[in-house]
Design a protein around this ligand. Structure first.
Ligand code: ADP
Length: 163
């Protein structure tokens, strides 16, 4: 197992400043962080895996120790394949806790050696999720305090067919 490697899985549909906050905290602990984009059979994402990957790469371009990849199936299997020591999750509010707690116990049963690390973002991002960003953008609202300018541009193009 690579003790210096952590994976940060999610849908990132699209990546927000809340996700970026968690990634920046992660790279201050681990030498390398893989942001792993889930193909998510359950959800029907707005953006393709390629589009989501591109937006994450652009958003994390200033961080040399971040890699972006994608996975199918169980995250614990992907963590094993990558030899990662840890998995990062973000905790926004108490509302995240119950789901994350349940998932953490399941993941620990499936892969006891994987350390699960929960990080809290800056207060400015505790209300933020990708669903809200998609909704506000679809109605033409200002999302500049939620995502990077590049992601805002991609959203605008997706919903309003203009740059
Ligand atoms: P969502 O669709 O809920 O925005 P993802 O599946 O992309 O989220 O989330 C991946 C991980 O990032 C999860 O651990 C989630 O709790 C965390 N996360 C999402 N948004 C934020 C945020 N604003 N601040 C901190 N963590 C977040």
């Amino acid at each position: 197992m690579n003790n210096n490697l952590a994976i940060y899985p999610g849908t990132f549909d699209p990546i927000t400043l809340g996700h970026l906050d968690i990634i920046e905290r992660s790279v201050s602990i681990f030498e390398e962080v893989i942001v792993a984009v889930g193909r998510n059979i359950g959800k029907q994402p707005l953006f393709s895996v390629e589009e989501r990957t591109d937006m994450i790469e652009k958003t994390t371009a200033h961080l040399s120790n971040v890699r972006v990849s994608n996975f199918d199936g169980l995250i614990v299997d992907y963590a094993k394949k990558m030899n990662a020591k840890a998995m990062i999750r973000g905790l926004r509010a108490m509302s995240d806790f119950e789901f994350e707690f349940q998932m953490a116990l399941v993941n620990r049963t499936l892969h006891p050696d994987l350390v699960q690390v929960f990080l809290m973002p800056h207060e400015a991002y505790t209300h933020l999720n990708s669903t809200i960003v998609r909704e506000v953008s679809s109605f033409g609202g200002d999302i500049s305090s939620f995502v990077t300018p590049y992601v805002a541009k991609v959203l605008l193009a997706k919903f309003h067919k203009k740059y």
